[in-house]
Design a protein around this ligand. Structure first.
Ligand code: SF4
Ligand code: SF4
Length: 104
């Protein structure tokens, strides 16, 4: 390696660190981090939307129902990182979400 390549960069030459382009969250599939996953039971779900409000990754999917309005329709596993917040927040009397070990 040449002597010039070993030279330390000056502050002015350093690239800006820790900054990512805005609006790119859809490109990062956080589901690859997961070791456990929430499993949604459609038959138990009362569509209170508590899980949808609570999910930090907007991974709870919704749909429009003619009679009920906005309802939960599933989990987007591309973005669910398995934090378990939705399972914890689902009303204890309902328990429409359970955590399961991710199969590798
Ligand atoms: S919190 Fe539970 S009952 Fe409420 S919408 Fe989510 S899965 Fe359904
Ligand atoms: S486990 Fe976490 S990231 Fe996945 S759907 Fe539930 S709240 Fe969202």
């Amino acid at each position: 390696m040449k002597k010039e390549e070993n030279r330390k960069l000056t502050a002015a030459e350093l690239p800006a660190g820790g900054l990512v382009e805005a609006g790119t969250a859809a490109n990062f599939h956080t589901g690859s981090w997961r070791s456990e996953k929430p499993v949604w039971n459609k038959d138990k779900c009362i569509s209170c939307l508590t899980c949808w409000i609570s999910c930090p990754d907007s991974a709870i999917l919704t749909a429009q129902d003619e009679k009920k309005g906005t309802v939960v329709s599933g989990i987007d596993y591309d973005f669910c990182k398995g934090c378990g917040i939705c399972v914890r927040e689902c009303p204890p009397k309902v328990q429409a979400l359970t955590m399961e070990q991710e199969k590798k």
